[in-house]
Design a protein around this ligand. Structure first.
Ligand code: SAH
Ligand code: F3S
Length: 477
């Protein structure tokens, strides 16, 4: 059978979509090629969130087309995902060697389309239609040792789309309206993963705090779903003595996933400060498997800019959520996303972002240079900032973020932290790599039998981005 290589750009949702596409192809008998050079089908799963992400995928495709045109003209080339969705057929006009363009609601059709192209039944395929129910089509996982030997951690997609329409963001246009899967459907997927040895699950969505509030199957999420799941043999709310129907659908989902026996850790990304209710803060105190780690995008420290961005919260409200999370657990690892150089951002606005970063002391942050996106309101705003100003602010904020992150790493030295051992270290496969509950990477000496175990390790050294742990003194069995 032919072999496939998928290259993924962008966020964890894209990684998850690529895994599901790969699993669907493997189920049809395709193999996964170790590199593009050996593949019969090369698919680029694309990102549109910033211009350079689009640019990278397009130049990669130009290179691939150039290489294959001479020596292996039969190789099938395709664009998937966000850029495919927003550009559609235009991509084939620009790059005539491309055979396939599949948008964000059609990942589950890729395997059939690849069959058609390889069999010569069709020559060019573009499918960027909307599809009712597509939020429930990203389900398959590679569990049998194709990508990772035996996955310990897994992503589960709980919803698609976003209705927030932040003025800088292309996601609502590329991913569509919010549509949520049902609780029983998500729990069934999680349970299957756990039965295959997965210990940690990260629930994924563009705005998980809006889970189940509108669109898709959300009408069915709620009390009735909880009762259905109970009938199925497990009370999804058994860890929730204080359950009240007032819990938001997302917290109901956390309860239901928490009840899965054998699952050790739950994470989720990304919540939005606007929908961050008291019940979600309380869930961290109530649910021991929900680890003390929160990625909460802030974007700016200036109320004026937050308003222009249409974020729906103030600096004070964001700080209040952080205070509440740390009151629940002072060890909470907190990370964020920040954009510098939004149109009209003044020196004073930027100073507010710097001061917010100092005040919160994030464990880490992704700092992005504002990139104007097609059809977004911010792209048409006055006062687009010059490149040099954006560059300078980016460098200044990044330096501050890194300084704080290093200091926070340093205080881990000498402490004993629990890690989940995930597998060989990416940098040095002779060692093992795991993560603390607060999401910090720890490298240890160990062997394959430790993979999948929760170990208490003493942190012996803190490098800027990695901690080094010694499990030998404690509980190594
Ligand atoms: N809600 C999503 C956001 C997806 S985009 C999530 O976090 O799951 C990821 C991040 O990219 C955003 O939080 C924002 O910081 C950044 N981003 C989005 N649009 C951008 C743009 N036009 N320019 C620069 N950065 C952007
Ligand atoms: Fe984008 Fe804002 Fe939604 S950043 S994904 S429009 S919450």
């Amino acid at each position: 059978m032919p072999s496939v290589f998928i290259k993924t750009y962008g966020c964890q949702m894209n990684e998850r979509d690529s895994e599901a596409v790969a699993a669907q192809l493997v189920a049809k008998g395709y193999s996964l090629a170790p590199s593009e050079a050996l593949a019969d089908v090369v698919l680029l799963n694309t990102c549109s969130v910033r211009d350079n992400a689009e640019h990278k995928a397009v130049s990669k495709m130009e290179n691939l087309a150039g290489q294959f045109r001479k020596h292996r003209p039969g190789v099938i080339l395709g664009f998937l995902g966000c850029m495919a969705q927003s550009r559609g057929r235009e991509l084939i006009d620009q790059l005539p060697d491309v055979d396939l363009v599949v948008g964000t609601q059609k990942f589950h059709r890729v395997a059939d389309y690849v069959d058609d192209l390889l069999a010569g039944r069709r020559s060019k395929i573009v499918d960027i239609e909307e599809e009712h129910g597509s939020e429930a089509t990203i389900k398959e996982h590679l569990l049998n040792g194709t990508a990772k030997a035996k996955p310990v951690t897994s992503f589960v997609s709980i919803m698609q789309g976003c209705n927030q329409y932040c003025t800088f963001c292309i996601v609502p246009y590329t991913r569509g309206q919010e549509r949520s899967r049902t609780i029983p459907d998500i729990v069934a997927e999680c349970r299957e993963l756990v039965s295959r040895g997965v210990k940690e699950i990260t629930l994924l969505g563009q705005i998980v705090t809006s889970y189940g509030r509108r669109g898709g199957e959300s009408g069915k999420v709620g009390k009735r779903e909880s009762e259905q799941a109970s009938v199925a043999g497990q009370n999804p709310l058994s860890h929730s003595p204080a359950f009240s129907p007032a819990l938001t659908p997302f917290v109901q989902l956390l309860d239901a996933v928490h009840a899965i026996e054998g699952l050790e850790r739950i994470r989720f990304t990304s919540p939005h400060p606007k929908g961050y209710g008291q019940d979600l803060v309380a869930a961290y105190a109530r649910l021991p498997k929900l680890v003390e780690s929160a990625h909460l995008p802030v974007q700016s420290g200036s109320d004026r800019v937050l308003k222009l961005m249409h974020r729906g919260y103030t600096r004070a409200r964001f700080l209040e959520i952080i205070r509440q999370l740390r009151a629940v657990n002072p060890e909470m690892g907190i990370t964020t996303d920040i954009i510098v150089g939004f149109p009209g951002e003044t020196d004073d606005d930027f100073a507010e972002t710097l001061s917010l970063a100092r005040e919160v002391e994030f464990d880490n942050a992704f700092v992005f240079k504002y990139s104007p996106r097609r059809d977004t309101p911010a792209a048409a705003m006055p006062d687009q900032l010059p490149e040099e100003v954006i560059e300078a602010r980016h460098a200044q904020l990044l330096a501050l973020i890194n300084e704080i992150a290093e200091a926070k790493h340093k205080v881990c030295e000498g402490r004993v932290l629990q890690i989940l051992v995930e597998g060989p270290s990416r940098k040095n496969p002779a060692r093992l790599e795991g993560r603390t509950r607060a999401n910090k990477i720890v490298i240890i000496e160990g062997d394959a039998r430790h993979i999948g175990q929760l170990l208490d390790v003493r942190i012996v050294r803190a490098a800027p981005f990695t901690l080094y742990g010694d499990p030998a003194i404690l509980n190594l069995n």
